[in-house]
Design a protein around this ligand. Structure first.
Ligand SMILES: Cc1cc2nc3c(=O)[nH]c(=O)nc-3n(C[C@H](O)[C@H](O)[C@H](O)COP(=O)(O)OP(=O)(O)OC[C@H]3O[C@@H](n4cnc5c(N)ncnc54)[C@H](O)[C@@H]3O)c2cc1C
Length: 289
């Protein structure tokens, strides 16, 4: 299949990219093209113009700051994130999601900014971002702003990143007493997440002091699992806690929140979510199994 005809512009700076977006109605950014191009080939998207930011300098840095956070440049590829010692140490859930994503060509070409801005509900990084309570730094014609993960995902292929905005970085708060991880069940056809669970926990080894758990893939929009979080917080670090918390995986979600398609019904996805939430918790907690 072929894409529609489109005009092509290459931006040499973030400012120029913002200007180009403003000058060309309906124009879309393109970074790695691994999210946009497949959808242009199927006709799901047909932008009249593309603004290429893939070659911009300085947008791929991964750094830790003194203020208790790490910054991942929007053009950092999934492979760079998977291999980053900084991300592995401070945001293991994001490193897990990046290393589980797609195949080597996709991980080497696709970028974190493109992934999160696109809002594909089957994507891996959103569950990690939600569990880590990260945020996006964006720049548009009205200047810079921050979008918290909780505000980002608005629906399938709909995010709070405006048409004239560029994601410049992903910021993740760090906590030396916390652990995190991401567990993926691959869709056998596409390799995307059929169910993906991101987990962030702070414990004193005996009690779970704070918990953040999020799902992607199983639901039409990535979401926090507040039923699981409520069950975990204040509970002992134990197998019983994990079982009880995982049983709450679907409880705080709307009945129509689950995806139903030829691969799995909504009911089956909800069932898998309980299993994968339990596994994700075992992955990060030092108990049993
Ligand atoms: C074969 C295949 C398998 C895949 N498997 C998976 C998988 O298992 N898990 C998964 O999560 N993903 C998967 N993907 C999707 C893909 O890797 C990501 O969506 C991709 O990383 C998006 O990044 P990109 O740089 O390629 O974005 P692009 O395709 O260039 O852009 C995607 C969208 O984001 C916008 N955009 C890009 N960069 C920015 C920015 N900095 N600021 C604002 N908007 C921006 C574009 O305008 C566009 O709308 C797969 C893709 C392919 C082709």
């Amino acid at each position: 299949m072929y894409t529609n005809d489109f005009d092509y512009y290459r931006a040499d700076s973030v400012g120029e990219a913002v200007e180009l977006l403003g000058d060309h109605d309906g124009a879309e950014l393109v970074a790695g093209a691994h999210g946009l191009l497949p959808r242009m080939k199927t006709g799901d998207e047909s932008p009249p113009a593309l603004v290429d930011i893939g070659q911009l300098n300085g947008l791929d840095a991964i750094e830790s700051s003194d203020g208790g956070s790490i910054s991942v440049g929007a053009l950092a590829t999934h492979a760079e994130i998977a291999d980053s010692e900084i991300v592995r140490e401070h945001a293991a859930a994001l490193a897990d999601a990046a290393s589980e994503l797609g195949d080597p060509p996709v991980r080497n070409g696709g970028t974190i900014g493109g992934n999160l801005a696109h809002g594909d509900p089957r994507s891996d990084p959103p569950a990690a971002l939600l569990a880590l309570e990260g945020s996006l730094e964006v720049r548009g014609s009205d200047g810079e702003r921050t979008i918290d993960a909780a505000e980002l995902f608005e629906g399938p292929f709909e995010t709070a990143v405006a048409d004239d905005e560029i994601v410049t970085a992903v910021r993740i708060p760090t906590d030396d007493d916390a652990v995190s991880g991401y567990r993926k069940r691959r869709d056998p056809l596409s390799g995307y997440a059929m169910v993906g669970v991101g987990v962030w926990l702070r414990t004193d080894d005996e009690t779970i002091e704070a918990a953040r758990v999020a799902v992607t893939g199983a639901t039409t929009t990535p979401a926090r699992l507040s039923g699981v979080e409520d069950e975990l917080e204040g509970s002992a670090v134990s197998e019983e806690t994990i079982t009880a918390a995982a049983a709450e995986a679907g409880t705080a979600l709307d009945a129509d929140a689950f995806v139903s398609d030829v691969q799995a019904s909504a009911e089956y996805r909800e069932h898998l979510l309980t299993i994968d939430t339990e596994r994700a918790l075992y992955d990060v907690l030092d108990v049993g199994q």
